[in-house]
Structures are given as C-alpha cells and as structure tokens.
Design a protein around this ligand. Structure first.
Ligand code: ADP
Ligand code: MG
Length: 285
C-alpha cells in the first residue's frame, strides 16, 4: 500500500550506519510515520527482509530501487530504499544511553523476544551476525525487535551424498576449516552476541574491556579470545548469571542453543509490566 516513494516526506534523521542513512518519514496520504533506510550498496538485506514476517523482527513494508517500487527483483543499479515499521523509542543503544543500566526484569523480557526472533530466523537458515544494542529496536509498546540484516547470511544446505559436484571445484573453494566432519555452527554466534548485549545492559558498559579502554581490534581479540574467564557480576541473580554464562561459552560446541535458552528460568519470569505496572518498565513506559 506504499506505492510511491514520493509520498514519503523526510522528517528527521534517525541514524547513520555502515553504508546508509535511516530517516523518519511521514506518509502524506495515510498520515503514518515510517523509517526509510537508504542503502548505498547491495547486500542480502532486501532478500531477507522480503522473506521474514515475525512480531520479533522489524517489518519492512516496501523496497524501492532507485525510486521505483520493486516487489520482485532488485538487481538493477543504484540505491535501495527500505520502508520500515517506525520504532518510536529508537535502539537499545539509545535506551542504554538514557537509562545507563537496565534492571534484570527488563533484560529478561528483551532476551526472550530476541530469542524468539532468533528461533524464527535460524529456522529459515538465516544467521543475523550483527546482534548488538544499535540493531535491537524498541517501539512505543516497549516491544524489542531485531533489525539490520546488512551483514546477515543464509546458511547453505549441506550437499552430502553429492560428492561428484566437488570433483571440478578449485582448491580455494574447499574451505578446510569446514572439513573433518565438523561444521562450525554459525547460529551459535548470534547466541554469543545476545549474551554480550545482556551483560552490557546489566553493567551499563561493554563487558570485555574497561570502560575507558579503546575498543580496537587487537584489544578486543585479546580480551574476547584469549582473556581470562569473564567474571559474572556478583549482584546479578543466579538465573541471570547462569543464562549469560551459557551464551558466553567460548567453545561453540558447548554453548547453549536458542531452543535450550528459551526454556531457561531467566527468560520465563513474569514480565515486569504485568507484575508491577507499566511505569516500572523502562522499555514499556
Ligand atoms: P545500519 O546498517 O546503518 O547500522 P540500521 O538498520 O542498524 O542500519 O539503522 C541505523 C540506526 O537507525 C539504528 O541503530 C537506529 O538508531 C535507527 N533506525 C533504524 N531503523 C529504524 C526504525 N525502523 N525505527 C527507528 N529507528 C531506526
Ligand atoms: Mg545497524
């Protein structure tokens, strides 16, 4: 029902990111607000956004290619514009900047929604690969949804019992790290990221390095891959500590899966909104 990109008036800039700008726009005819994301180069994002439809993922209403509404193909040159559902409260990054830290009840509700979103995506063989506060958006109802499929990836089906097709493959196409009967579970990376986000929400700062430290690549690799075991904050509940530890298991083989975490007691608490009234929930009111 959004037929023309010229029906959208830019009202404000909501964000700049890797390869594009996101505007708050107003639709002249239906008087609704949307977020318009303009991308300078193409990724799998358009394909993924067209396929997904879930209450846990920011909805994409239309994709325009150089101004023309394109329902089916986006292979032409030029910018792509996505008309997205407008998330009034911005990203979890904005929420954290305003509130500094979030209470466990709120983190529990947020984690539950992200897990439901990941369950849906992983079921469609989509790995998000960029779960972080600025890609988790919050609407007026306090609902958290996953956004930004800019670096997402669709996992190929295993071509087993089809050894013949390997015969003509060049050496570099045999990715040896994937052989020996064990494929790295790419979905496990999204679970790790969720654990980092939760810890950041609890502590009020990125967990692996000191608040003042510069997060350059070398510092991060040292801290994340070779650093000592991350201590859980003592003031956190045992459920929070156990949940986050299961996400931040360094060995991906031992890390919890999304389905396992959906049964964890930490995300099966009552929502703060239903138990204590809307005012107490910083996401809801
Ligand atoms: P990028 O690939 O540039 O990071 P994002 O989709 O993450 O693109 O958008 C960048 C920022 O723009 C987000 O962190 C958020 O602050 C804002 N934003 C994006 N989409 C929306 C939306 N639908 N509603 C409100 N704000 C949004
Ligand atoms: Mg982003």
């Amino acid at each position: 029902y959004i037929r023309n990109i010229s029906d959208l008036e830019k009202v404000a800039v909501l964000g700049h990111g890797y390869g594009g700008t996101v505007y708050k726009v107003h639709h002249k005819e239906n008087h609704s607000f949307y977020a318009l994301k303009v991308r300078r180069f193409k990724t799998l994002e358009a394909e993924i956004l067209k396929r997904v439809d879930s209450p846990y993922i920011v909805k994409c209403h239309a994709v325009f290619d150089n101004g023309a509404c394109s329902e089916s193909d986006n292979n032409g040159g030029g910018d792509l514009s996505f008309v997205m559902e407008y998330m009034e409260r911005g990203s979890l990054d904005d929420v954290l900047r305003e509130h500094h830290r979030l209470p466990e009840e709120v983190i529990s509700v947020m984690a539950n929604r992200v897990l439901e979103g990941l369950k849906y995506l992983h079921g469609m063989k989509i790995v998000h690969r960029d779960i972080k506060p600025s890609n988790l958006l919050v609407n007026d109802k306090g609902e958290v949804k996953i956004a930004d499929f800019g670096v997402s990836h669709v996992v190929e089906e295993e071509a087993d019992s089809n050894d013949g097709t390997y015969a003509y493959m060049s050496p570099e196409r045999f990715d040896l790290s994937r052989w020996g009967g064990e494929n790295v579970d790419e979905f496990a990376g999204d679970v790790w990221s969720l654990g980092v986000v939760m810890l950041e929400c609890f502590l009020g700062h990125f967990p692996f390095i000191d608040p003042g430290q510069k997060p350059d690549l070398v510092t991060l690799v040292c801290a994340i891959c070779f650093g000592e075991k991350l201590e859980m904050p003592e003031e956190a509940s045992p459920e929070f500590q156990s949940f986050v530890k299961r996400c931040l298991e360094k060995d991906w083989r031992k890390r919890a899966t999304v389905l396992e975490l959906l049964h964890h007691p930490f995300v099966n608490r009552n929502c703060c909104c239903s138990s204590r009234g809307l005012e107490d929930c910083v996401l809801c009111g």
